[in-house]
Ligand binder design. Structure first.
Ligand code: ADP
Ligand code: GN1
Ligand code: MG
Length: 369
């Protein structure tokens, strides 16, 4: 079976050691970057499922370094969970399935890199938050993930996308796209462009502090959107952090911030009715509680103090990236309609406004002993 993208995912799946007969491979999930397939396998003990992914090598220019990171992260996390006697360690971290020739990933004839994971059953990644309990669970999981990787051996991880969360570089790229206006689209985004330009002075807060040492570098996830943690379908507990492509050195503030971006508004990331977009304080409260429950032990006072601002900063950064991609002609994020990236940018900026209006209250909450 060939997918819409033209890949024979069944044939690729058969390259991996899947202990049974591959019967189908179906496009799966709502990620913006990689191609993900659910693989159905007929095994002796009954049907089992796997996840097969093609790494987007236009986004990840050094896919072999990326896979080396993922291999190290999965192995370390799994070993620690097992060592701690975690009863369901198999569901608590991604585990790579090797290829039939014993490699951690497969390279097809066209040079695409493919990997295969065990399927985490009975858990779901949500695009929109539905309850403070979900927000708590997501934040607790990402804090636990950071904690698990704090003692990762083997030296610094590769930077899979250099300057990924360097907000000033993202701003400079936006300015360049605006100056070029290669597709004549700037005229259609006048208020959004003005909104972005008015916030130039704030973009350096985290990277400046990382550079002068007032914030520490840690192993972070860097893409902590709500749908990158699977929550148990019955208990809603955080089960497994996924999407490990951007795990690399960074600031925990961008991790916490992306939880604020994706887990406080009742609207989808691409909602076009902006009246629905807002930062809901009870969700923020739950995020702080969940995050401090697992990360509170290692955060510095400055990291803690900047948690609310981080929510605003990354929502602005991702809004800028969507706006830049719109100006550049939609070359980066997958889109499903012509104005998709502009719609996404508008939603992010509306959320930035809502966070700005509530920032003093958010800061007061975090400052409480
Ligand atoms: P992308 O980088 O495109 O966002 P992800 O790694 O987040 O790709 O995977 C896309 C979707 O596939 C996720 O949102 C999740 O729903 C699903 N998924 C990924 N890995 C697994 C897994 N091991 N078990 C179950 N579902 C998974
Ligand atoms: C992309 O891969 P996915 O869909 O989880 C993007 C993130 C953005 C996010 C916006 C490697 O994440 O940085 O925050 O879209 N990933 C990459 O939804 O650029
Ligand atoms: Mg994802």
């Amino acid at each position: 079976m060939h997918s819409a993208a033209g890949h024979d995912a069944v044939a690729i799946a058969r390259e991996f050691s899947l202990s049974g007969e591959v019967v189908a491979a179906t496009p799966y999930g709502s990620g913006h970057i990689n191609d993900t397939y659910k693989v159905d396998v007929k095994a002796a003990g009954g049907p089992i499922r796997f996840v097969l992914q093609r790494i987007n090598h236009h986004v990840f220019r050094r896919p072999d370094e990326l896979m080396a990171n993922v291999e190290r992260v999965c192995a370390h996390a799994y070993a620690k969970l097992q060592h701690a006697g975690t009863p369901d360690a198999d569901r608590r971290t991604l585990r790579l399935i090797p290829t039939k020739s014993g490699r951690a990933w497969h390279i097809d004839a066209a040079g695409n890199r493919w990997r295969c994971y065990h399927f985490i059953e009975g858990a779901t990644g949500h695009d929109v938050v539905r309850s403070p309990e979900q927000a708590y669970a997501a934040a607790q999981s990402f804090g636990a993930f950071q904690s698990l990787l704090a003692d990762l051996p083997g030296g610094r991880l590769h930077e899979t996308i250099p300057d990924f969360h360097h907000t000033p570089s993202r701003f400079a790229r936006f300015q360049q796209a605006l100056a070029e206006d290669a597709h004549g689209r700037a005229a259609l985004a006048v208020p959004e462009i003005a909104f972005a330009l008015a916030r130039a002075h704030e973009v350096g807060v985290v990277v400046d502090a990382l550079r002068d040492g007032t914030l520490p570098e840690r192993v972070t996830h860097n893409d902590t959107k709500l749908n990158n943690v699977l929550l148990d379908d019955i208990t809603q507990e955080g089960i497994c952090v996924i999407d490990l492509d951007t795990v690399m050195p960074g600031s925990v503030l961008y991790d916490f911030g992306d939880l604020v971006r994706t887990s406080t508004s009742p609207a989808a990331e691409d909602e076009t009715d902006l009246s629905k977009v807002r930062m809901q304080f009870p969700m923020f409260e739950a995020l702080v509680k969940g995050y401090l429950a697992s990360a509170g032990g290692f955060l510095t006072p400055k990291e803690k103090e900047l948690l609310p601002f981080a929510g605003k900063l990354i929502t602005f950064e991702i809004g800028l990236r969507f706006l830049t991609d719109w100006l550049e002609g939609d070359t980066y994020f997958k889109i499903r309609r012509p104005t998709h990236n502009l719609d996404r940018a508008r939603t992010q900026f509306k959320l930035v406004e809502s966070i700005e209006a509530q920032l003093p209250a958010m800061q007061a909450l975090v400052a409480r002993p």
